[in-house]
Structure formats: C-alpha cells, structure tokens
Design a protein around this ligand. Structure first.
Ligand code: GTP
Length: 351
C-alpha cells in the first residue's frame, strides 16, 4: 500500500515537474527589467448583477450536480431510510466532496437517523447543509496583508490552474484598495508567463519586475524584493513556475526562492498561496498534498469554480487539509476572485 502510494505520487510528480533527464540550462546573465505602469483611471462600470447572484450563477453547475440531485432524491420524502443514504453517498462522491468527507457526512446522517432525528427529506437537507458549512468553516482566515510591509505573497501551483490570472485579480483588488503593488515574474520557464503578467501590470497600474526567459527565478525574486522595498510597496506578489524542463526539482526551486525571500525580508514569504483548479476535481487534492509537503502552503486559491460540476472539492480541501481557502475564482473577470465566505458559499449552493 505504501509502495503503491509512493509510485502514485512519483507518477504525479513526474507529470507535474515535466520530463526528467533534460539538461539544466546555464543561468543566463542577470538582466533585470523594471516596467513601470502608471495607475489608470477606472472606466465607468456597467450595472452588474449583485455579488451574491454572480456567485450563484458561477456555481450553477455544482449546484445542479450536488444540491439539485440531493433535492430530487430527498425533497418530498416523508421518511428517510438506509437506501436513501446509500444513494446520497453516491451523489456526494460524484460531486467531488471526497471520500473522507463523504464518509464523515454519511456517518453523521446515519447516527441522526438511528436517533429518529431525520424525520423527512427537508430535515436531511438541512442537516447536510449545516454539516457541510461546519467543514468549510474549519480554517477561515482572510489574508492579513497589513501585517508586514512589503507583504510578500508567493504564488505556486502547476501550469494552467490560473496562477497568473489570480495574481492579476489580486493586484487589481489591492490596487483598488489603495495599496502599492509590485509583481515579480518568477516563472522564467514559460515564455508567455512574464508577458501575461506584464499585461496585468498595465491593466492594474502595478510595476512588474521581469528578466529574460530562462533566467534564474531567484534573481527575479531578489530584484523584485529590492524594487518593492525601494518603492515602499505594500505588497509584492511573486509568480513562480508550474513546470520545469531541467533536472532541478521544481520543489527544490520553490524552496530556493523561499530562502531568498526569507533572507532579504525576515518572515517572507508571508503567504504561500497555492492555486488549484476546481475543475480538476480529485487531482486538485493530489496537488494540494504534494505542494503542502514541499512548500509550506499557507493558503489556497481555488479557481474555475464556474463552469465545473466539481465544486464539491472545496469541502474536501477545507476538511482534509488544515489550510485556509482564501479565495475562490468564479469567472475570468477581474471581479471574479472572491474572498471565500463559507456561509455565503453554502447559501449560494443550497438556495
Ligand atoms: N472560468 C474561469 N477561468 C479562469 C479562472 N481563473 C483563471 N481562468 C482561466 O484559466 C486560464 C489559465 O489561466 P492562467 O492564469 O494563464 O494559468 P496559469 O496557472 O498562470 O498558467 P501558466 O501561466 O501556464 O502557468 C486562462 O484562460 C484564465 O482566464 C476562473 O476562476 N474561472
């Protein structure tokens, strides 16, 4: 079993880290580029649906796959029996609530049933809602970005999960709050990554520190820190690679980047934010396990909750990892990165 687990993680690791055996590229000459972007005036906004309604719309697929099916199973039922719970178990598993969390929930419902406390479908629905909320609320802590200056956020995660977009959305939000933000393009492996960050810098009026493609990420981070300190920035957000072609282990690189940050600013990074794509379901859990072991993850941003039926994964992440979900992504728009509010989330699912 232990061997099986090891080889599973090794396989997953290889997938995440990219092909093994490629040559490590020499560290190119250090050449920092600091691109300054003036803060731009905000364009007048069109009337939009309320925030709660947008969250509801974003979660519509998960609501259908989870609560819609639960409702079809239990509502109107005058009596709950073991068969109902068995069917419910299947719904929870297929909605990506996770095996461990599903087992816990079903056990609680069985106990209530044996004590005659689950008289009908409505009672079961309410119990389930309360118990899911309890699990989502285990580790709720918004980011306290005012606790350091500059507050350093290191953003990690595999390619394509929405790291750069999340950084852009965070930069937009912090800038709107009147904070000075510097972005550091630490993903020097993927050519387009720095360009993408650059576009977000332009959009949000944040300065971007970048080097040439293939540069040493630690050098970018070093220059990012220097720039953030020199410009008295409130927040430095550092993008990192999600994949490498070198023999250098990705996790080792993340550790190295961390060390540089801690050496230059004691206590940094103040947040190591792991970005996970909700649409990958159980795979997001495997990534969380891996990164948690290697990178001292202190918070999670769960993206792409819109457009997926696998949103139940939030419950698995909150319940099985003691890492706070700080943000959820429910769309591509700049306002679609939300603070994770368990009560609002559960209401948006169950209403
Ligand atoms: N629908 C939706 N799309 C999102 C969300 N977050 C990110 N995306 C999209 O996901 C795609 C990938 O996002 P990126 O930010 O480029 O992902 P990344 O992790 O930085 O990827 P690399 O730069 O390749 O490492 C983009 O098309 C984003 O617009 C979200 O919450 N909802």
């Amino acid at each position: 079993m232990a061997e099986e687990k090891k080889s599973f993680f090794k396989g997953l690791w290889n997938k995440i880290a990219g092909a093994e055996g490629a040559e490590e590229s020499p560290i190119p000459e250090r050449k920092a580029e600091m691109v300054e972007h003036p803060v731009q005036a905000e364009e007048p906004e069109e009337p939009k649906p309320g925030l709660f309604e947008r969250l509801r719309q974003g979660l519509s697929k998960t609501r259908d796959s989870l609560v819609g099916r639960i409702d079809r199973l239990v509502l109107g039922k005058k009596e709950i029996d073991a068969d109902t719970l068995e069917e419910l178990e299947e719904i929870l598993i297929t909605a990506d609530i996770g095996v461990q969390t599903t087992v816990e929930l079903i056990r609680i419902l069985e106990e209530r049933l044996s004590r005659n406390e689950l008289n009908d479908g409505a009672a079961l629905r309410q119990t389930l809602k309360d118990e899911i909320l309890k699990r989502l609320s285990r580790e709720v802590r918004p980011l306290a970005v005012d606790s350091a200056s500059p507050f350093v956020i290191m953003v990690i995660g595999v390619n394509g999960v929405g790291k750069t977009t999340t950084i852009g959305k965070l930069a937009a939000r912090f800038s709107r709050e009147g904070k000075k933000v510097v972005l550091a393009a630490g993903d020097t492996f993927r050519a387009a990554a720095a360009e993408q960050l650059e576009i977000w810098g332009e959009r949000t009026g944040c300065d971007v520190v970048r080097h040439k493609e293939g540069a040493d990420p630690s050098a970018v981070v070093f220059d990012g820190i220097k720039a953030a300190v020199a410009r008295k920035a409130d927040i430095l957000i550092v993008d990192t690679a999600g994949r490498l072609h070198t023999k250098v282990n990705l996790m080792e690189e993340l550790k190295k980047v961390r060390r540089i940050m801690g050496r230059e600013i004691p206590g940094a990074p103040h947040e190591t934010l792991l970005v996970l794509d909700a649409a990958t379901g159980q795979n997001a859990l495997s990534q969380a396990k891996l990164f948690k072991e290697a990178a001292e993850v202190t918070g999670i941003a769960l993206t792409k909750l819109d457009g997926t039926a696998k949103g139940g994964i939030v419950a698995a992440i909150c319940n099985e990892f003691r890492i706070p979900v700080r943000y959820i992504g429910v769309g591509e728009g700049v306002d679609d990165l939300r603070d994770f509010d368990p009560a609002e989330f559960v209401d948006a699912l169950f209403q």
